[in-house]
Design a protein around this ligand. Structure first.
Ligand SMILES: C[S@@+](CC[C@H](N)C(=O)[O-])C[C@H]1O[C@@H](n2cnc3c(N)ncnc32)[C@H](O)[C@@H]1O
Length: 304
């Protein structure tokens, strides 16, 4: 995968060793292909399912990138269409496209897509994803609109409050690439290594301070320097992810996944560290819509 730094949010950032060419955007590995395949398949199924209904369909990409990804696979570097271009190529088409991105150069690449796709209604918003999404969620009544949102952050950037705003619309289907590695990097094994920044990141992403009680407890094997109340993280990676799944299931009417994406190998033979956990969440509580969305997402996740 591309060069990585930790920005204090368990974030995988483009490093100085990454290559930048035009609208290309250097990051990712095999997991990039898996998440993009899931998204692409769902978008097609979504617009097909709604093609005979009178909803305005909106695709929202909250960490949009540039439209192309320059990824590293075992054979070397390769360029693939990113989420935005895959969404624009979806048939039947969405009625509206909303791309949110923090970086000015990437916004320029996204804005350029308007002339490449003159028949599409594209809005490129330069903003932090959390504030733009909260605004977007309150901008519509969500009676005649239905949306698919892709949350594809490098790390611990999606606030729980943002997920709450999304769930409240009851009209947005979400694909969330949860930063699994970010989570276990922030939740240090030794409780003494937790600082206020890490604690704040965990609380912001999980929406509760309960993680402290669930993840941490008394040291099982205190060393000779430990005091009696020394704490460590007793929850392993999988148990931490179970907590995330539990939180999401309490917020959304239906949650599918997670599909864990690893640093190396492929779906059949993954290798290396688990990096991300791909979830699908439906916010529409209506039984028929929710069941259909979930069934499609389950099929897709099962096929990857
Ligand atoms: C993993 S990349 C997204 C890739 C994209 N989905 C694709 O398939 O091409 C994450 C993107 O989020 C952007 N980003 C980072 N922090 C952000 C924030 N707080 N709000 C919005 N965008 C952000 C980065 O500049 C980067 O382009």
């Amino acid at each position: 995968m591309g060069a990585q730094n930790d920005d204090g949010y368990g974030t995988q950032m483009e490093g100085s060793g990454s290559r930048r060419l035009g609208d290309q955007h250097s990051f990712g590995g095999n997991w990039t292909l898996i998440k993009l395949e899931a998204l692409e398949k769902y978008l097609r199924a979504f617009t097909t399912a709604l093609s005979n209904q009178r909803f305005t369909t909106i695709y929202i990409d909250a960490f949009a990138g540039t439209g192309r990804c320059d990824i590293t696979l075992e054979g070397g570097k390769t360029v693939v269409d990113g989420s935005v271009r895959r969404a624009l190529a979806t048939t039947p088409s969405f009625d509206k496209y909303c791309f949110i991105e923090l970086r000015p150069k990437k916004i320029a690449a996204l804005t350029a897509l308007k002339s490449e796709y003159p028949d599409k209604d594209i809005e490129a918003i330069m903003s932090d994803a959390n504030s733009a999404l909260k605004k977007l969620c309150s901008q519509y009544l969500w009676r005649s609109e239905r949306a698919v949102l892709f949350l594809d952050p490098y790390g611990m950037h999606v606030e729980w409050a943002t997920l709450q705003a999304i769930a409240k619309t009851q009209a947005i289907d979400v694909w969330y690439l949860f930063p699994y590695a970010g989570l276990y990097r922030q939740a240090a094994k030794d409780a003494d290594a937790l600082n206020s920044e890490k604690e704040a990141a965990l609380t912001r992403v999980l929406g509760t301070e309960q993680w402290r009680r669930v993840f941490y407890g008394q040291k099982r094997q205190p060393d000779m320097f430990s005091t009696g109340d020394a704490e460590e993280r007793n929850a392993d990676h999988r148990e931490m992810l179970d907590f995330v799944s539990h939180r999401l299931r309490n917020l959304f009417p239906a949650v599918t996944g997670p599909k864990i994406l690893y640093q190396g190998g492929d779906s059949r033979g993954p290798s290396g560290a688990p990096l991300f956990a791909l979830y699908f969440a439906a916010s529409n509580p209506k039984r028929r819509a929710c069941d259909l969305a979930t069934r499609i997402a389950e099929n897709i996740l099962g096929s990857l």
